[in-house]
Design a protein around this ligand. Structure first.
Ligand SMILES: NC(=O)c1ccc[n+]([C@@H]2O[C@H](COP(=O)([O-])OP(=O)(O)OC[C@H]3O[C@@H](n4cnc5c(N)ncnc54)[C@H](O)[C@@H]3O)[C@@H](O)[C@H]2O)c1
Length: 437
């Protein structure tokens, strides 16, 4: 453990004893003090939404790349800058109640868990975590710290997804027999990798060591990882599945009240030891619920241009499947929920027009929940198990052709114990995550 980290943990412990944020939350009168980690890209978009809430005051902006503060400074000038979130936590102390985490996926859990241990409320981007084990830790720590949390899959609160969820729960197409979900992307340019990218000088503005964080040291390579292109790399992102399944599976989980899958099986094309596949199909079997026709329900994920057979949709010949979304096959019809647009019901002649459910501002819902001391509908209690299922898909994709049995209670894969190492990852010395007890 390096000195910064040791002194940080010391200061964290002091902050927990002195200022548990959920106590402060009960007394929040005029402002909610929010700090941000990851200030450009999606982070900028997130903080503009969070900052548009009249009760939010930003107290700290952290980015490992100091060249990336331009956007936030233009919108919210005068907020303190930090390049290391641990320093920000330590120096701000009780001057932040809540944290927005919008870094690449490999750092979500490390940063959010530290914040929650301090009693800070957390808005964390999707996928909630990089691994199955981390998703479990996030759920446990949020419950232990009694903090208000939300995952950044903002379409959860959108009118389109809410309308789809209501139609399904109202039984408009009857009980559901199977679900097919897809996203057309082939990743972001680094799938089908044949050689590691050539290393190059680290930009002066970037703390590359802090960007790597929990990950093993590797050379910086221009235009390969930072910004945005980290997604395809197993060490940093989750490929197309990691990028989109926390969005696209969200209404499937909410509508059908899915829990942990029983089995997962993947087939893919173009997997290598560094980057995620070019295309894949991941088949889950979940226990049935009050909304499913059978005792179990198959849910199948496709990406990289793969899609379900269009004949399943019972659509007119002139219609095509959307580029991304879900197809619910019910006992009395089919519902297609595009990502993201209003649901479609087939066969068309069987269904009348439906009422839309109003949407809400996902970001403000979290701020309001913190202020009011209520939990959100997309808290880590919900988003943790959803992310576990998504990342189990990525475990299966790294063991293609094998059906994995999943025991969620013990976090074991009894029929393929050698695959269990993929439930977690190697953490760099000084960046290890302690299990929540
Ligand atoms: N909800 C959505 O619709 C949506 C859309 C895009 C991205 N995302 C998610 O947002 C997150 C960020 O994605 P992006 O496309 O903006 O990535 P990006 O690489 O473009 O931007 C990440 C930002 O965080 C900074 N950063 C990286 N590591 C950091 C660290 N350890 N501490 C502080 N700052 C750090 C980078 O310098 C950069 O400014 C990802 O988890 C991604 O999945 C969500």
């Amino acid at each position: 453990m390096n000195t910064t980290r040791r002194s940080f943990i010391k200061s964290s412990a002091a902050a927990v004893l002195g200022f548990p944020a959920f106590v402060r939350a009960a007394n929040l009168n005029s402002t909610l003090q929010v700090a941000v980690v990851g200030c450009s890209g999606q982070g900028l978009s997130d903080l503009m939404q969070i900052g548009s809430h009249p009760k939010v005051k930003f107290t700290g902006f952290c980015d490992v790349d100091t060249a990336r503060f331009g956007g936030v400074d233009a919108k919210f000038p005068g907020v303190a800058h930090f390049q290391d979130f641990r320093e920000m936590f330590s120096l701000l102390g009780d001057k932040f109640d809540a944290l927005q985490v919008s870094t690449p996926d490999h750092m979500h859990a490390f940063i959010s868990l530290d914040a929650m241990r301090l009693g800070k409320h957390v808005y964390c981007q999707k996928p909630l975590t990089h691994t199955v084990w981390e998703a479990r830790q996030m759920r446990l720590q949020a419950a232990k710290s009694k903090v208000i949390t939300q995952m950044g899959n903002q379409i959860h609160s959108d009118s389109t997804y809410r309308t789809g969820v209501k139609l399904l729960r109202d039984g408009v197409i009857g009980k559901i027999k199977e679900v097919h979900s897809w996203q057309g992307n082939h990743g972001n340019g680094n799938t089908r990798l044949t050689a590691l990218p050539p290393s190059g000088p680290v930009p002066e503005s970037l703390n590359w060591d802090a960007w790597l964080g929990v990950a093993a040291l590797r050379d910086f390579a221009p235009d390969a990882y930072h910004p945005f292109k980290w997604r395809d790399w197993q060490e940093f992102g989750g490929g197309t599945m990691g990028d989109f399944a926390c969005h696209i599976f969200d209404p499937v989980f909410t509508a059908l009240e899915l829990t942990a899958p029983l089995t997962i099986h993947a087939e893919n094309e173009g997997l290598n030891s560094q980057t995620w596949p070019f295309a894949e199909t991941i088949s889950y079997l979940f226990p049935g619920t009050a909304f499913t026709a059978g005792k179990t329900i198959p849910v199948i994920w496709y990406d990289g241009g793969r899609k379900p057979d269009i004949s399943l949709a019972q659509m007119p010949a002139d219609k095509v499947l959307p580029s991304a979304g879900s197809l619910f096959i019910g006992e009395g019809g089919v519902l297609i929920l595009p990502h993201y647009a209003m649901p479609q019901l087939y066969p068309q002649e069987k269904f009348e027009a439906f009422n839309k459910v109003a949407g809400a501002n996902h970001y403000h819902a979290w701020v309001d929940a913190v202020i009011e001391g209520k939990q959100t509908t997309d808290s880590f209690e919900y988003a943790g198990p959803l992310t576990e299922a998504v990342q189990l898909g990525n475990v299966a994709t790294r063991t293609p052709g094998v059906t994995l049995q999943w025991d969620a209670a013990t976090m074991r894969i009894p029929n393929q114990p050698e695959a269990e190492r993929l439930l977690t990852k190697q953490y760099r010395e000084g960046w290890k995550i302690a299990a929540v007890e």
